[in-house]
Design a protein around this ligand. Structure first.
Ligand code: G1P
Length: 301
């Protein structure tokens, strides 16, 4: 199975930092954001290739996933084996690229990778969301297997007034992940059958407060429907709209995840908080991180 990671955006919210550096290359601790997402995509058994959909103006993403034998060799010569290994790892991941030539929306970006997934189900992982536990796609695959290979998306509850930032589902409870039988309908582990999907609904029109978090396991039909998908919310070709059309012909399920299982790096403040929270928890960094803060009298709001 292949996983598609859309990474073609302009990174406008991070300008001027993203004038010469793609937003996907901004670091979280010691790695660029995109590397976390690639590693997460490759975690479930059976995922053998990642397709990054990018725009022609971002050659840095391609370079990052190429081997750099001279840098690696230099580091080894200087006795810096751990850094050499880290460089080698980025050059050996199974990553391919496709281009989205015009910024016409998420659905259009995914469709740009159609040839790579021809006729097979595929994963989509949005790149603004870092999931250290790397466990969401495995849960979606489990639900899909239990329902004959159906499409499955990950959803989480949000505050009712936040629904218009997201894609939102309508549906009914259809079961649970094994071990989560006691979960209430909007608690992690609950599984829903999806009966409708709306991209960025008005607060009063939202069918639920379960939003799509950016992890999808989609059937080939959704890829086919993207070919003639008309623009929707924001004038963009929306993945959510093609998924909604697929419901006439196929079942789709949603698995509720803990909204705190991932970190949102899509805005400067989200990215800053992600770095701070992950640094505070990572034994490689937490000592020096807290020392630097305590030296200045600690952190208060
Ligand atoms: C996209 C999807 C939306 C989803 C969201 C998650 O929206 O279209 O359905 O809920 O990602 O972050 P975007 O954030 O690109 O506007």
């Amino acid at each position: 199975m292949k996983a598609i990671i859309p990474a073609a955006g302009l990174g406008t919210r991070f300008l001027p930092s993203t004038k010469c550096t793609p937003k996907e290359m901004l670091p979280v601790l010691d790695k660029p954001v995109i590397q976390y997402v690639v590693e997460e995509a490759l975690e479930p058994e059976g995922v053998d290739d990642v397709i990054i959909v990018t725009s022609p103006g971002k050659p840095e993403l391609l370079s990052y996933f190429q081997p750099d034998r001279s840098l690696e060799g230099l580091l080894r010569e200087r006795g810096k084996a751990a850094y050499a290994d880290a460089v080698a790892a980025t050059g050996s991941m199974p990553v391919d690229f496709r281009y989205q030539y015009e910024p016409r929306g998420l659905g259009h970006a995914i469709r740009s990778a159609a040839d790579a997934v021809a006729g097979e189900s595929f994963l989509v992982l949005l790149g603004d969301y870092v999931v250290p536990g790397r466990d969401i796609c495995t849960k979606m695959l489990e639900v899909s297997q239990a329902h004959g290979g159906a499409s499955v998306i990950a959803v989480a509850p949000c505050a009712p007034e936040e629904v218009s930032r997201y894609g939102v589902i309508a549906g009914e409870r259809a079961g649970s992940l094994p071990g989560s039988e006691d979960a209430a309908d909007c608690e992690p582990g609950a599984v829903w059958r999806v009966s409708g999907l709306v991209e960025k609904p008005a607060v009063e029109e939202a069918p639920s407060n379960l939003y799509i978090v950016g992890r999808y396991l989609l059937s080939p039909l959704v890829m086919d429907l993207l070919a003639d998908q008309e623009p929707g919310a924001g004038g963009e070709v929306q993945l959510t709209d093609a998924m909604a059309r697929s419901l006439d012909r196929e079942n789709m399920y949603a698995v509720v995840i803990d909204p705190l299982s991932g970190y949102d790096t899509g805005t400067p403040s989200g990215w800053m908080a992600t770095n701070a929270l992950m640094a505070a928890e990572d034994p490689r960094f937490s000592g020096a991180f807290w020392d630097a803060i305590e030296e200045r009298g600690g952190l208060k709001r």
